[in-house]
Design a binder for this molecule. Sequence first.
Ligand SMILES: NC(=O)c1ccc[n+]([C@@H]2O[C@H](COP(=O)([O-])OP(=O)(O)OC[C@H]3O[C@@H](n4cnc5c(N)ncnc54)[C@H](O)[C@@H]3O)[C@@H](O)[C@H]2O)c1
Length: 304
Amino acid sequence: MKTKKIKKVSEKVVVTGGAGFIGSHLVKKLVELGFDVSVIDNLYSGKEKDVHSKAKFFNLDVRDLDKIRPVFKGAKYVFHLAAIPSVQFSIEHPGITNDVNVNGALNVLTAAKDAGAKRVIYSASSSVYGEATKLPIMETKIADPKSPYAVQKYMGELYCKMFSEIYGLETVCLRYFNAYGKGQSVTGPYSGVISVFLEQKKKGKKLTIVGDGMQTRDFVHVSDVVNANILAMKSEMVGKGESINIGTGKRYSVKDIAKIIGGPVEYLLPRIEPKDSLADISLAEFLLGWKPKIDLKKGLKELL
Ligand SMILES: NC(=O)c1ccc[n+]([C@@H]2O[C@H](COP(=O)([O-])OP(=O)(O)OC[C@H]3O[C@@H](n4cnc5c(N)ncnc54)[C@H](O)[C@@H]3O)[C@@H](O)[C@H]2O)c1
């Protein structure tokens, strides 16, 4: 495993979506590692107060290539997280979400390439797989996106690979499974189930289980997602648009989560969603030297 030593030098990095849930944790870590961090976020859902005070904040929209271009000047690494990451919203608004999730990704790749950046680390999604035919899910499974959001995130991956092939821009795509942790949005019925349950418990409300609660997910702690990004920035084994699962290799049902969090529950009507999800994470270990450090019970205990 070849991974360059991460030195505390002021290399410039750009983080799009750096005011959001995962982005704000990533920005904090990059600042702590000594990077010169510039954040692009239009505060669609992110909050400026969550951006580390030592990062430079640019309230810009990734749909506007001309405006974002100057921010990339001198950047070595670009982390592209800005997105509207809601399956349901994308079903209701395929056009708006396509503009942000696909055109936004294309703009970020273009700006990174034109500025001479070395590598783009793209936040991809396990939603690309659709319904699992075999568990755990390996990256070799053929993409079968089941929502506009999943199609759009997959398009971003294809653009990454294409940019590596024809322009020589290094790219790598991290397919997150269900990220959770501090700062995750609790608003809206399609927020992460863990953050919704924790909020309901805090307010003394019943935990709302969708369907029979037997659907299973692979929950990965945000600090592990951040570490995967840091390793993907420096690994010498990637750079050609590789798609890599970022999960834990363990799955829990929604009912299990409700049981761990504790309290009365109520059942809601089922919705269309994959039954099971579980990542095979051997490629992440092989290419990035990455392994998750926080298991769900520990992560939940901290949040509780
Ligand atoms: N959270 C998860 O479990 C998960 C799973 C798979 C993939 N992802 C991907 O990870 C990335 C980050 O997800 P998150 O959970 O932190 O979401 P988030 O909604 O908290 O963060 C997204 C950020 O992008 C910003 N943004 C939205 N539209 C923008 C635009 N047009 N221009 C500039 N900024 C814009 C938002 O304001 C927000 O700060 C997304 O690309 C998402 O698709 C997340």
